[in-house]
Design a protein. Structure first.
Length: 177
C-alpha cells in the first residue's frame, strides 16, 4: 500500500466509524491537528485513492440538499491500519516554527527576541484553552484518544511554564552591550 501523510489519519478515524470527508476534517481539527494536521486538499484526494485501492468503501449519503459520501473501513483497510500501527518504530519528528524562530532570535534586538518567547508562551496557553475545552466535552473518549489528550495538556502546561521561567531568567540578566 502506498501511504501518504494522511493515510493513517483517515484509516484510523474510519476505524472509529463511518464518516464523510467533512466529518474527517472536523475530527482532525479537534484532535490530531495538534500533532498531525490534514487539510481538505489532502483528505479528499486520499479518500478517492483509498477507495480505488479497496481500503475504504464509500456510499452516497446526501444530507439535505448537499451531496455527501460516507466512507467506512474495509477488511483490507483494517489490515493496512493494523500493519501500520504495529509496524516498525519511527523517529519522532517535530517541526516547530516557534522554536526555529527562537533559535535564530539573537539576530533581533533583545526586546523583540523576548517578544518571541512571550508569543510562544501565549501559544501554549491558547492550546491549553482549546485542549481543556475538548476535555470538558461530554462523552467517553476511547482510552488512547484520552491518553493523547492528556499528553497534549501536560506538554502545553510544561511549555507555558518553561517559557515563563526562561522569560524571568533572561529578563533578569544584563543586556549584552
Amino acid at each position: 500500500m502506498k501511504q501518504t501523510a494522511v493515510t493513517p489519519v483517515i484509516l484510523g478515524l474510519l476505524s472509529l466509524g463511518a464518516r464523510s470527508g467533512y466529518d474527517i476534517k472536523n475530527a482532525v481539527d479537534s484532535s490530531t491537528r495538534f500533532f498531525w494536521a490534514a487539510s481538505y486538499g489532502q483528505i479528499y484526494p486520499e479518500l478517492r485513492r483509498l477507495e480505488a485501492e479497496g481500503l475504504i468503501a464509500g456510499e452516497d449519503s446526501p444530507n439535505g440538499g448537499r451531496e455527501r459520501r460516507a466512507y467506512k473501513l474495509t477488511a483490507a483497510g483494517r489490515k493496512a491500519l493494523t500493519e501500520w500501527l504495529l509496524g516498525r518504530t519511527v523517529t519522532i519528528e517535530l517541526r516547530d516554527e516557534s522554536l526555529l524562530r527562537l533559535f535564530f532570535a539573537d539576530a533581533l534586538p533583545r526586546e523583540q527576541a523576548l517578544g518571541l518567547l512571550e508569543a510562544r508562551k501565549r501559544g501554549h496557553e491558547e492550546y491549553l484553552a482549546v485542549l481543556h475545552a475538548i476535555d470538558a466535552r461530554p462523552g467517553d473518549d476511547p482510552d488512547f484518544v484520552d491518553l493523547v489528550l492528556r499528553w497534549g495538556i501536560a506538554f502545553n502546561e510544561w511549555g507555558a511554564q518553561w517559557c515563563q521561567e526562561q522569560l524571568e531568567r533572561l529578563q533578569s540578566e544584563k543586556t549584552p552591550a
